[in-house]
Design a protein around this ligand. Structure first.
Ligand SMILES: Nc1ncnc2c1ncn2[C@@H]1O[C@H](COP(=O)(O)OP(=O)(O)OP(=O)(O)O)[C@@H](O)[C@H]1O
Ligand SMILES: [Mg+2]
Length: 230
């Protein structure tokens, strides 16, 4: 579905990701884990088209999209929720959702479905996004991304700075979303427990290189902890 193939990416003359290969198959959740500064966000930016790799390719459904602009990738089914949950802080929850919904023929109906999935958002529809709690902001950001009915949803640290009960709720929602085969998730996470409890497969990134990869689930915890301790 989405293949990042031997990607080299950086800023100016500094290369941060040194030949990472990550495959996101159809359906299910693929997690990328790694410490602060490992290059996780940089890798995602290249996947979405916000950074151009100096080497390697990005493939979507087998097509080379390495040179395609971000909005064209979105049209082909990618959606990206950046780290830090950026919505428009001066606009209300409802307005933030409507902005995206208005760009889609099914936007309104889809928004209603998503509010059933994120009932907490119904309570804060008229509140400015800048005043929402971290968990509410994250749910708003994910809901906005889902209005576009993506086939691959890319989430950068959705649990950062969020209390455990809300983390559990986000975890359930992500698991529910991917229970069918029509949505794949590429999840970047530092919380190993959270990532491996939802992930079907994982990659560990260290200093811009994939140092470990495999299937998710209970058996993977020890391997991943060892890979991240290095
Ligand atoms: N815009 C930028 N210009 C220059 N260097 C950058 C830029 N953004 C990130 N870097 C550097 O690239 C490296 C990887 O950063 P990146 O944000 O990809 O890490 P990360 O794995 O997402 O970390 P975190 O878990 O803290 O979000 C870091 O050394 C960082 O300082
Ligand atoms: Mg990051």
């Amino acid at each position: 579905m989405l293949e990042l193939d031997d990607l080299h990416v950086g800023y100016g003359r500094t290369t941060v990701v040194h030949g990472a290969t990550v495959h996101v198959p159809e359906g299910g959740i693929t997690a990328v884990m790694g410490h602060n500064g490992a290059g996780k966000t940089t890798l995602l930016r290249a996947a979405v088209g916000l950074l151009a790799p100096s080497r390697g390719r990005v493939l979507l459904d087998g097509d080379d999209v390495t040179r395609l602009r971000p909005h064209r990738r979105v049209r082909r089914g990618l959606a990206y929720v950046p780290q830090g949950q950026q919505s428009f802080p001066q606009l209300t929850t409802a307005e933030n959702l409507q902005l995206v919904a208005d760009t889609r023929p099914r936007g309104r109906a889809r928004t209603d479905e998503l509010l059933d999935l994120f009932p907490a958002l119904r309570e804060v529809m008229s509140r400015k996004a800048g005043l929402l709690s971290g968990g509410q902001r994250q749910q708003l950001a994910i809901a906005r991304a889902l209005i576009t009915e993506p086939r691959v949803l890319i989430l950068d640290e959705p649990t950062e700075g969020i209390q455990p009960s809300v983390v559990a709720q986000i975890e359930r929602t992500i698991a529910d979303l991917t229970s069918g085969d029509d949505l794949s998730v590429l999840l970047v996470e530092q919380h190993i427990g959270f990532a491996l409890s939802v992930a079907d497969r994982y990659y560990v990134l260290a200093s811009g290189r994939v140092t470990s990869s495999g299937d998710g689930g209970d058996d993977s915890h020890a391997t991943v902890r060892a890979a991240m301790a290095i």
